[in-house]
Write a protein that binds this ligand. Structure first.
Ligand SMILES: C[S@@+](CC[C@H](N)C(=O)[O-])C[C@H]1O[C@@H](n2cnc3c(N)ncnc32)[C@H](O)[C@@H]1O
Length: 393
């Protein structure tokens, strides 16, 4: 069966995460930069899968391929998907196709309404502010037996039609982001989605031992629990961070019914973590380290030197405690000064740098990569961007 994956706002990052977690998806095709369509084996569970991947907004099945936009074939393909049941039947249309027109989408909606009336079904067309429905609208109105989100992809002559099976669990993500008790707005906390992406980029499997050596409030540790990891080590140089992480882990376990997890949270400088953790015992490291001052004027040269020194020493210690072939996904800050971006160059030692996406995507998503091929995350106007570096022992 063919499935579609609507990519998050940083499409290159979403693809890199998806291909690491689900290698079969890398044989698929990207349409209009926003969606990947891939043939997958039977038994793929979209609703479970979307809970474990930070960079995907919607997943669904493709029911008809290569038909012209707004053609009679398209209307027939859409009709085939409608399954009106007792009570009010709700439908929405998200048109991602290149030449989609709101007026023509409306016409399609009217044809659907007419068809449903003929079937004696009472119905409602669910609309949003944008041409495509947000996951919030879809989740609240259409993700049940009495609703459907019809999706259209492609360009004018060759379109794909399908229906959504699962949308990102935005309510849970936001609850974990804003509801957790241990907070540190001064050091900053990773959004849970980005924590999931970072963990997934390491390729770690649930049975693996996963470490975050700059754990802060513990977002990586708690999202790892949500993703199904049960063997977690988190550490930080700050006592408050260690206390916050312990509190947030306990909260996550309680609120999300996590059982059988084994976690160690400790106070240690990341540069010396090899004195507390046995050599060759860690499968994967996912971490957002100290990124330099977050407010006020920054001496760029001094900051760069300080961070490069910290990261170089920490990387040396990480290399020692990782297993052979163990992976590390790490965020490096990229400070913006005028039109220039200042990249860090810590010493990678014997680490091998991995490129999670093949070159063809680098042309497609120019802003998604740094010149040296690492994934890049940021928006125009932001003072600090993030380079996401994936390394292998
Ligand atoms: C950007 S914060 C991490 C935030 C975390 N990802 C979260 O979502 O809560 C960086 C953390 O690195 C810690 N840190 C700074 N220098 C360190 C060092 N040498 N060793 C270990 N932790 C350090 C800080 O105490 C801070 O908690």
């Amino acid at each position: 069966m063919k499935y579609f994956f609507v990519l998050g706002s940083n499409q290159a990052l979403s693809l890199a995460e998806l291909f690491t977690v689900l290698p079969a998806a890398s044989r698929g095709k990207v349409l209009n930069r926003t969606v990947l369509i891939a043939e997958l084996e039977d038994g793929f569970d979209a609703q479970q899968f979307i809970k474990k991947i930070g960079g995907i907004i919607k997943i669904g099945v493709i029911t008809e391929e290569d038909i012209p936009l707004y053609s009679t074939e398209m209307v027939e393909a859409v009709k085939k998907m409608l399954k009106p049941s007792e009570g009010k039947y709700k439908f929405g249309i998200s048109n991602y196709a290149k030449y989609a027109s709101p007026a023509k989408d409306k016409h399609l909606a009217m044809l659907i309404k007419k068809y449903l009336k003929e079937k004696e079904a009472s119905c409602r067309w669910v609309i949003g502010k944008e041409r495509v429905l947000s996951s919030v609208i879809v989740e609240q109105n259409l993700m049940n037996e009495r609703g459907i989100e019809i999706v259209i992809f492609g360009d004018y002559k060759k379109c794909q039609v399908g229906k959504t099976l699962a949308v990102q669990a935005f309510k849970d993500l936001s609850y974990r982001d804003y509801g957790r008790p241990g907070r540190d707005d001064h050091s900053g906390m990773l959004p849970p989605k980005l924590a999931q992406i970072l963990i997934n980029l390491t390729g770690a499997k649930p049975g693996d031992k996963l470490l975050d050596p700059f754990c802060g409030s513990g977002t990586i540790a708690t999202e790892a629990l949500i993703l199904g990891h049960r063997d977690i080590v988190a550490s930080d140089i700050s006592e408050k961070a260690v206390a916050d992480t312990r509190q947030n882990i306990a909260w996550t376990k309680r609120k999300f019914s996590v059982v059988d997890a084994k976690e160690i949270v400790m106070l240690i400088d990341a540069k010396k973590i090899n004195t507390k953790i046995t050599a060759g015992s860690i499968d994967a490291i996912a971490t957002e380290p100290y990124l330099g001052p977050q407010r006020g004027a920054v001496n760029q040269a001094e900051n760069k030197k300080e961070l490069e020194k910290l990261y170089s020493s920490a990387l040396k210690a990480f290399y020692e405690i990782l297993k052979k072939d163990g992976r590390l996904a790490m965020i490096w800050p990229v400070r913006v000064e005028g039109v220039n971006k200042i990249f860090l160059n810590p010493d990678l030692g014997k680490f091998e740098r991995l490129n999670p996406l093949v070159n063809e995507y680098k042309k497609e998503y120019k802003n998604g990569f740094s010149q040296r091929g690492n994934l890049l995350y940021g928006r125009e106007g932001q003072k600090v961007w993030r380079e996401i570096v994936v390394l292998k022992k």
